[in-house]
Design a protein around this ligand. Structure first.
Ligand code: NAD
Length: 488
């Protein structure tokens, strides 16, 4: 028996393409397994897009989503072009679904993979990083995308990964970041991982730089257990793990927030086979099992997942899995669901049986309050669009040095794409039209006032320098809170 005997209300969307077929099959399995669920059906996707809702969802559907704690979503078709937004991204961001959890395991020999023991869960941060989508073209030559990493955002996802590991009998959490290069953004993520991991001494914690870490996943995924990482790396890594496990079509995924969690299959709406009744419902079934565990019905999830494994083992396969060697009966979507239901109570013999923590509660995590920090302004990086005098950094530097004196500031250095080019740059360095000019107090160490900064910017305007933006330089509790330039 599971901890939770209450009935949970679920928002359900049948989606597009094969969505309705695999959702019907999935709901029939949930019902037969005695899942304590009640459903509110919403319409999203193609039908809404074409009726004028560019986000693919109506205001009424939002209200239902907000009311219920979980959402089981079949894949939807995103129309090409026409300014339509991805509904997944819209729901994820609007509802604060910060954790994308993607388990992938091998089903060899029934589904081919080179890594039969592979069983990895990628816990991907879902809201921050380069996916904040803040991009600007700043000069004719340079475009930027802001990478935003927050302390609470990082703590929430890392804590979620450890809590997930604890609840699911996992032994190790691996953090992947690139903090050898991005010392402040990825550095914060890694630092919070180190701090948080100390609260979970029973779980092994390790860190990989994401490039060698990804290479290890591709070469030896069986050594990984739970992987927690930032948004972009997680997007890439979770596709690699799904692909090398051979189970893209079988994988479920969850998007977890504080008040709502969304569960789905990894795959899309497969319009090429829609309406034929032949789609494999396993991805959505696995997503639904993640939902059951989330709402405290791990016992039901375990029954379904073991029956699904037994079905695969017995050679009862949908067309996408059919092989001469292992398929005994080629079935359609409905027959596959019926075969699972017939196997409730059975466990696989060759594949590893699923064993879930029956007492698992919905994982709720909160970030700690942000500590008070003493913040001192010690300078500013002023970004300038400039090509004058053959882009000679010395000409720019000498000019700016003179202007800086008027506001008791001094030009410390100039970089171009992060490389120091003034003073004493190397002639070989390629320079674009985008210059970062670092100004500090004239005496080299004091705190800078906002009056000094605004006066400097005024003097730059008067001297006809086209500044794009400024980034203030702070000490936080006396520590430098900005990066040095290469060569600084
Ligand atoms: P897809 O995953 O829908 O299909 C890729 C291939 O896999 C197709 O050949 C398809 O027939 C097959 N396939 C997928 N799921 C299957 C299943 N359950 N059983 C058997 N075969 C299956 O990817 P796509 O073709 O790139 O995308 C189609 C549409 O789905 C697009 O509009 C895309 O935007 C959307 N999509 C939605 C989601 C989502 O809602 N979460 C995710 C990905 C793609």
């Amino acid at each position: 028996m599971s901890a939770n005997q209450e009935t949970t209300r679920v928002t359900v969307a049948y989606g597009d393409g094969i969505g309705p077929e695999i959702m019907k099959a999935t709901l029939s399995i949930l019902e037969a397994a005695g899942a304590r669920l009640e459903y509110d059906v919403i319409t999203i996707g193609e039908q809404m897009y074409t009726s004028g809702h560019t986000s693919g969802i109506s205001p009424e559907a939002w209200n239902v989503l907000r009311r219920n704690p979980v959402f089981l979503k079949a894949p939807i078709t995103t129309p090409q072009g026409g300014g339509y937004k991805s509904l997944n991204v819209t729901i994820r961001k609007t509802m604060g679904l910060f954790a994308n959890v993607r388990p992938t395991r091998a089903y060899t020999p029934f589904v081919h993979s080179n890594f039969p023991e592979m069983d990895v869960v990628v816990v991907r941060e879902n809201e921050e990083d380069l996916y904040a989508g803040i991009e600007h073209q700043q000069t004719p030559e340079v475009v930027q995308c802001l990478k935003l990493i927050s302390r609470p955002g990082s703590e929430k996802i890392i804590r979620y990964a450890f809590e997930y590991a604890k609840a699911n009998g996992r032994k190790k959490v691996t953090c992947m970041s690139k903090d050898n290069i991005m010392k402040h953004t990825d550095g914060l993520f890694h630092k919070i991982f180190n701090e948080t991991s100390k609260e979970y001494p029973e779980i092994e914690a390790e860190h990989y730089i994401v490039d060698i870490g990804s290479a290890r996943i591709a070469d030896n995924p069986e050594r990984f257990d739970v992987i927690v990482t930032l948004n972009l790396y997680g997007d890439i890594i979770s596709d690699i793990t799904a692909e090398i496990a051979g189970s893209v079509g079988l994988g479920g995924s969850s998007n977890i927030g504080e008040t709502l969690a969304m569960f789905e299959a990894i795959h899309g709406s497969a319009p090429d086979i829609a309406g034929k009744g032949i789609a494999n419902p396993s991805g959505l079934i696995n997503g639904a099992c993640m939902m059951l565990t989330h709402v405290g019905q791990a016992d039901v999830a375990e029954t379904i997942q073991n029956a699904l494994l037994k079905t695969l083992e017995d050679g009862i396969h949908t067309g996408d899995l059919a092989s001469d060697e292992y398929t005994k009966q080629r079935v359609n979507t409905r027959e596959f669901a019926e075969a699972i239901i017939e196997r409730f109570g059975q466990k696989p013999e060759r594949l590893n049986a699923v064993s879930l923590n029956r007492d698992a509660k919905p994982i709720q995590v909160k970030a700690s309050p942000t500590p008070l920090v003493k913040k001192e302004l010690v300078g500013s990086d002023v970004f300038i669009d400039w090509v004058g005098e053959n882009r000679n950094p010395d000409v720019l530097g000498d000019n700016l040095s003179e202007i800086a004196q008027r506001s008791q500031m001094k030009l410390k250095m100039i970089t171009n794409r992060g490389v120091k080019v003034y003073p004493n740059g190397m002639p070989e360095t390629f320079c674009t039209d985008h210059w970062r000019c670092r100004f500090i107090h004239a005496d080299g160490s004091s705190v800078v006032s906002y009056e000094q900064l605004t006066s400097l910017l005024n003097d730059l305007i008067v001297a006809d320098f086209n500044f794009i933006k400024t980034e203030n330089l702070y000490l936080m509790d006396g520590e430098r809170a900005y990066s040095l330039a290469q060569g600084e």
